[in-house]
Design a protein around this ligand. Structure first.
Ligand code: NAD
Ligand code: DAU
Length: 351
């Protein structure tokens, strides 16, 4: 891929997007990285303080559903490629309000695809990369892993919206010849994750002395990946992935929610010098999430074999670093949970 590209990253002020922006800005000085983000409750420019003055970084506030904004953006920056992460991402919110997910994840994605088609003369010369989720594959039993051939079976409004956007991206490849890539990744963890998701929520509530709400029996399984490893996978797939291909991304790192939260509690006891076992007492089993998928687990062999990607970090180390980061960034947490989100947060999580 030639240097000097103008790469649009949508949703770059969010959790994963901010890590992807940082990764590309620092690694590819010859390219210009344009971060386009609506700054919803989940998007915070605080996440990108360390790169905001970089020569090859630009930020534009905007909505992927707004065609005029996208047209202006493509003209002004002569966008050559897109890495699309902007989305509504929280399953619980999709259960209480699905329409926002249809609007951003489905309509917004198609609007972006149309903009690319309208602005790019030779579709071969440009990459459209959709960052998607393993949740499109549905829920596993005790055995087996999701592969790229697993049939789609989305079960929450969130995963249905992501599955739909994946289908549209593939349709633009087959119908119009758009040079696409899709990756379906498992649960990410690390710094700058909004404290509505399991790990940062548990750390925040633990510090505040609040209950640690575990849905159902706590035996649901997720496959956790260090967010910076996801960013490195996106780099590899963007630069070396094959046209039209899908890649699964995951860490071969399955944990039940209860085992994971208990590990967090142990680390928090150590880092806050609390008596051993004291944080665990905050764990509370609560009503299960509606339609709660039981198990996700990823087979990432294709990515390893075809593109040589491997995760870089062991879970125990990643979890320690994550707890340490949140304990030292209480000010970040306070900033991101203020504003409109405060009432929602208080109603749902200050049990
Ligand atoms: P996030 O909620 O932290 O960030 C989403 C970002 O998108 C925010 O900055 C938000 O402001 C922006 N955004 C939302 N609507 C927008 C719109 N209409 N126009 C422009 N920007 C908008 O999400 P995340 O966890 O970082 O996930 C990023 C992407 O990766 C999503 O597409 C998600 O489906 C996918 N994904 C997430 C995970 C995970 O574990 N978090 C795993 C696999 C895939
Ligand atoms: O698998 C990838 C997906 O992972 C991404 O596509 C989503 O954007 C991302 O939000 C994440 O979805 P999950 O629903 O798995 O993540 P969440 O952090 O919301 O929940 C993780 C597990 O923990 C899940 O089984 C539900 C449970 N949980 C969650 C919360 C917030 C609890 O038990 N208690 C809680 O308070």
């Amino acid at each position: 891929m030639p240097l000097g590209r103008n790469i649009l990253i949508t949703g770059g002020a969010g959790f994963i997007g901010s890590h992807v922006v940082r990764h590309f800005v620092n690694k590819y000085a010859e390219d210009t990285i344009i971060n386009f983000d609506k700054l919803t409750y989940a998007g915070n420019l605080e996440n990108l303080k360390d790169v905001e003055h970089a020569n090859n970084y630009r930020f534009v506030k905007g909505d992927i559903c707004n065609t005029e904004e996208l047209n202006r953006l493509f003209e002004k920056f002569e966008i050559t490629d897109v890495i699309h992460l902007a989305a509504e991402s929280h399953v619980d919110r999709s259960i209480s309000g699905p329409m926002e997910f249809v609007t951003t994840n489905v309509v917004g994605t198609v609007n972006l695809l149309n903009t690319c088609k309208a602005h790019w003369k030779n579709l071969e010369n440009h990459v459209f990369y959709h960052v998607s989720t393993d949740e499109v594959y549905g829920s596993l039993g005790d055995e087996g892993l999701f592969t790229e051939e697993t049939a789609y079976d989305p079960r929450s409004p969130y995963s249905a919206s992501k599955a739909s956007s994946d289908h549209f991206v593939r349709a633009y490849h087959h119908t119009y010849g758009l040079n696409i890539r899709i990756s379906n990744c498992s649960n990410n963890y690390g710094s700058y994750q909004f404290p509505e998701k399991l790990i940062p929520l548990m750390i925040h509530n633990a510090v505040e002395g609040k209950e640690l709400p575990i849905y159902g029996d706590g035996k649901n399984i997720r496959d956790w990946l260090w967010v910076e490893d996801h960013a490195s996978a996106i780099d590899v797939i963007f630069h070396r992935g094959a046209k039209g291909e899908t890649y699964n991304v995951g860490g071969l790192n399955e944990w039940t929610n209860i085992d994971l939260v208990e590990q967090l509690c142990t680390i928090i006891d150590q880092q806050l010098n609390r008596p051993e076992g004291s944080t665990k007492k905050q764990i509370t089993f609560v009503k299960d999430r509606a339609g709660h998928d039981r198990r996700y687990a990823i087979n990432a062999d294709k990515l390893a074999t075809d593109l040589g990607w491997q995760p870089s970090i062991q879970f125990a180390e990643g979890l320690r670093k994550t707890v340490d980061w949140y304990l030292h960034h209480q000010d970040w947490i306070e900033k991101v949970i203020t504003g409109d989100y405060k009432a929602y947060y208080a109603a749902h999580y200050n049990r």
